[in-house]
Design a protein. Sequence first.
Length: 98
Amino acid sequence: MELETIEQFRNLVLKLGLPRTDMVLFGIVCPYCGKNDRIRPLEPPEELSKELGQQEMALYARVWRELHPDNSLAVCRFCRNILQVQTGARRAVPLGEW
Ligand SMILES: [Zn+2]
């Protein structure tokens, strides 16, 4: 995934204040800041269809589509970086690393 795409995605997530949920993925360590109680899962695109504009949705959905099928996205609310979370492995890595 291109760095520019990742940066655009991150800006979009921050601008919209995503995720909407306060759920925390406890025990998953942020690879950027080391916190393990600040990582929140991002909503999959279909849950945001009413909130995102057409261009915003195109970007948001594209990043999700490019993920490995076993991965989902999350954001660290402490350092505000975007992470990929590997389902089942309880592990997060920076977006673009896999
Ligand atoms: Zn962090």
